[in-house]
Write a protein of this length. Structure first.
Ligand SMILES: *Cc1c(COP(=O)(O)O)cnc(C)c1O
Length: 364
């Protein structure tokens, strides 16, 4: 037998991990500077790690009270009701929940190009179809309501990534409001704020107070350093928040994920350190790299380096792993996650060395 026709589905291409590269190069992963997946260079919140140790024995049972506690804590944090907090296995899990809740077979979603691959993948898993709106590179990938409305054709879901991966651009809350105002009543605008902590930008969550057509995604994978644990959430309008009970995979956010997330939310020191170093790092990279870069509100910088594949390979040999953006449709760009200060400085030096050696001339 065979699965259903999956020829239209493409696999997710992750950034390369240090163990994977270290094995290939016969190096110790410790020697590598891994700046390819927007992970937190300061590690997980230490309080989250302590919570995992403390609750290790609790994995015997299904996560019930920890899940309820996390929803309550997040509801408090965002000033919404508990029902409006859809906890999931990573923000990716919330994308699936929104697909399940919104899409009838054949419904369309509208996603940014370049952009995060999972929006379209999830829509297709749920028998939906995908259209794209383009962010204009010559305009620094600027995001306005108009950018989207130019091609909008009544899609059921519109994804906005702010800060945007991989470019770092943002859409202001005023523009999100304009977008939601201009689209049909049955179009949901999802604002993906996976990198929201790093930005100096008002979250779109406040729009949920007086409208039922905007949802927001947040995650513990980036600023909180819990990517390996898989926990994130959507914040949705009160009007249809109860759909969670009908679409969520039971217990998808594990006992330890919920406990660690609760602890991480109270670890202000770790969060502040992570945000500070990302803000420092993105400015440092923009000032230091001998390549055109784009302004970023995230914990990464997009740089135009010519042949991204060649540059990524050459950097890997020097122990620096960055993200080749070919799979994002930007074959001349790399995305560099900000590391610790020391890692960021070393990486910038090696990137400049590689650029001097293999790509003497780079156009923006
Ligand atoms: C990292 C990321 C996410 C969330 O990832 P999870 O680990 O599933 O929480 C969502 N959107 C974008 C654009 C991201 O880069």
């Amino acid at each position: 037998m065979q699965p259903r026709d999956l020829s239209d589905h493409s696999p997710y291409v992750p950034g390369r991990g240090d163990e994977e590269v270290a094995r290939e190069l016969g190096m110790d992963p410790e020697e590598l500077i891994t700046l390819s997946s927007n992970e937190n260079p300061h590690g997980a919140s230490p309080d989250a790690v302590a919570a995992i140790r403390e609750h290790a024995e609790a994995i015997r049972v299904y996560p019930k009270s920890s899940h309820a506690d996390l929803r309550a804590r997040l509801a408090d944090r965002w000033d919404v009701s508990e029902e409006q907090v859809w906890v999931s296995a990573g923000a990716d899990g919330s994308i699936d929940y929104l697909s399940r809740a919104m899409l009838e077979p054949g419904d369309r979603v509208l996603v940014p190009e370049p952009g995060f691959a999972y929006y379209g993948m999830s829509a297709k898993y749920h028998h939906g179809e995908v259209s794209t709106y383009s962010l204009d590179r010559s305009d620094s990938f600027t995001q306005t309501a108009e950018t989207v409305l130019d091609v909008y054709e009544g899609e059921r879901i519109i994804y906005v990534t702010s800060p945007h991966n991989p470019t770092g651009s943002t859409m202001s809350i005023e523009e999100v409001r304009l977008l939601a105002d201009a689209t049909a009543e049955e179009t949901l605008v999802v604002v993906d704020e996976a990198y929201g902590e790093f930005a100096e930008l008002t979250s779109a969550v406040s729009l949920l107070d007086d409208r039922d057509d905007v949802a927001v995604l947040r995650t513990f994978s980036k600023a909180y350093g819990l990517a390996g644990l898989r926990v994130g959430y959507a914040l949705v309008p009160e009007a249809w928040a109860d759909a969670y009970a009908r679409v969520n995979t039971p217990f998808a956010a594990s006992e330890l994920a919920c406990r660690a997330a609760l602890a991480a939310l109270d670890d202000d020191d770790h969060l502040e350190r992570s945000i500070e170093s990302a803000r420092w790092g993105r400015e440092y990279l923009r000032e230091t790299l001998d390549a055109p870069t784009f302004e970023s509100a995230g914990n990464f910088v997009l740089a135009a380096v010519g042949d991204a594949d060649r540059v990524t390979e050459a950097l890997q040999e020097e122990g620096v792993i960055v993200r080749d953006c070919t799979s994002f449709g930007l074959p001349d760009c790399i995305r560099i996650t900000t590391g610790t200060r020391e890692e960021t400085r070393t990486a910038a030096e090696r990137i400049n060395g590689v650029l001097e050696r293999i790509e003497p001339e780079v156009d923006a």
